[in-house]
Design a protein around this ligand. Structure first.
Ligand SMILES: NC(=O)c1ccc[n+]([C@@H]2O[C@H](COP(=O)([O-])OP(=O)(O)OC[C@H]3O[C@@H](n4cnc5c(N)ncnc54)[C@H](O)[C@@H]3O)[C@@H](O)[C@H]2O)c1
Length: 418
């Protein structure tokens, strides 16, 4: 197999830790030849791991993408608000592209990227990693095989987890919708995407409700200071205590997000000075902590989606109801149960042995990207720009519905951005 080459834009958690290790594990298939990353520690770490010479290390995506094309593919792994411009520049340069979700920060930008990707004729995958999990792939196959007859309705839950909400959507990057994205786009465009894929029909209309109910100053316990480490009287009892979450023996995610250096002193310093040491009731967050979306797809298929911070575990749970039976699934348990009406027996599919983040979706998309890259982009993937744009548009529409109290007709909504 001929080795393919790639450039990386943004050597952060996703770029450096989730996708790039594939090149180190499969050097015959992939090699990174350049990186753009403003953080010098991250840039040097990446360059060292992938043996990238100094002249191919850049501070920003602009510095890298103004150069002539220097590899087969570009991975764009910057934060949400920095997807549009580097992606357009990389398409312009003729790279095959793997872009982190969401596609971009406005519906108009998404339409522009999707159109440019289509015209380029190159491979373009958006990291809707759930489509590549054995769990959802199995459910999709069961539906296609008619295991429950004709699909009528979907109930889908994104159980965010109370500490995950506090980490990512209160203290972390994604707490403030003006700085990054509304939560339905940032977190649950994955879920819009998976419901769209499983329904197998376009979304016709939707409505949404939700709000930020808990993580605000009104709910701060008496005397809570701005930071947990500022002598908070509740430090030993608060379920959101930053030291209890980040100063343990576990230095994997989410702890790995708080500092480039993970020794105890560096982590304590990060809590005293950085965003992750802030009291969850005294942050600049404005994204919702619970939201529901009701959707109607073609053929009258309906779906009810709930995203909620207040769950003990981080998980996705789903029920698909068809004319001849039901499928129930719990993604993090990798279990799927099929119940046929009229039968006393149910069938349990246990996908034990699935490993990796997002129930195998992260490695799944990387493998698929490599397979398609080796086919030189002649084949479209499961999450190509033209397929995945609808999920992004659905998320924007859900946010508009939540803010305006209106049912959104998807055809009319979409036309506004063409
Ligand atoms: N597919 C998924 O399931 C999934 C999961 C988590 C995050 N994400 C998405 O992945 C993206 C990255 O998230 P992350 O957690 O890796 O964030 P991160 O902050 O760890 O990484 C982003 C990196 O981009 C770098 N950067 C900033 N400005 C830059 C510039 N001008 N040029 C080049 N690089 C620049 C930052 O320094 C940082 O290292 C986000 O869009 C996020 O929504 C997707």
């Amino acid at each position: 197999m001929k080795q393919k080459t790639c450039i990386l834009v943004g050597a952060g958690l996703r770029g450096m830790e989730i996708y790039a290790p594939y090149a180190l594990e499969h050097p015959d298939e992939l090699k990174f030849v350049a990186v753009a990353e403003p953080d010098p520690v991250r840039r040097e770490r990446f360059a060292k791991a992938h043996k990238i010479p100094a002249e191919a290390c850049f501070k920003t995506w602009e510095d890298l993408l103004e150069k002539p094309k220097m590899a087969d593919a570009a991975m764009i792994m910057t934060l949400d608000r920095m997807h549009f411009k580097p992606t357009m520049a990389a398409i312009d340069r003729g790279y095959h592209i793997l872009l982190e979700k969401p596609m971009a920060s406005t519906p108009g930008e998404c339409v522009t990227i999707a159109e440019a990707a289509r015209k380029s004729g190159k491979l373009f995958l958006l990291c809707y990693v759930l489509r590549y999990t054995p769990f959802f792939s199995t459910i999709k196959q069961l539906l296609d095989d008619g295991a429950i007859g004709k699909l009528i309705s979907i109930q889908h839950n994104e159980n965010v987890g109370y500490w995950h909400q506090a980490h990512s959507f209160v203290r972390g990057h994604y707490g403030n919708s003006e700085k990054e994205s509304p939560m339905i786009l940032q977190k649950s465009s994955h879920d819009m995407d998976i419901m769209l894929w499983l329904a197998g029909k376009d979304c016709k209309r939707l409505s949404s409700f939700g709000s930020l109910s808990h993580f605000n100053s009104e709910n701060a316990p008496a005397g809570a200071p701005l930071r947990c480490t500022d002598g908070c009287p509740h430090i030993d009892t608060c379920i959101h205590s930053a030291p209890a979450l980040y100063l343990t023996d576990n230095i994997k995610w989410p702890t790995s997000a708080i500092s480039n250096f993970l020794d105890y002193e560096s982590r304590l310093k990060a809590l005293k000075e950085g965003p992750y040491g802030r009291c969850v009731y005294h942050c600049d967050n404005d994204v919702v902590d619970h939201q529901v979306v009701s959707l109607e797809f073609g053929d009258g298929i309906t779906a009810a989606f709930t995203m909620c911070a207040f769950t003990n575990e981080i998980s996705r749970t789903i029920k698909l109801m068809g004319t001849e039976g039901e499928i129930r699934g719990a993604m993090e348990k990798d279990e799927i149960k099929i119940l046929r009406f009229g039968s006393r027996e149910s069938k349990l599919i246990s996908l034990k042995g699935v490993s990796g983040d997002h129930s195998g979706g992260d490695i799944g998309i990387m493998k698929e990207f490599m397979r398609l890259l080796h086919a030189d982009g002649s084949e479209k993937g499961r999450s190509s720009a033209e397929k995945a744009i609808q999920s992004n548009i659905m998320a924007f529409a859900a946010e508009e519905s939540r803010l305006t109290n209106k049912v959104i007709d998807m055809d009319e909504y979409y036309k506004r951005f063409l």
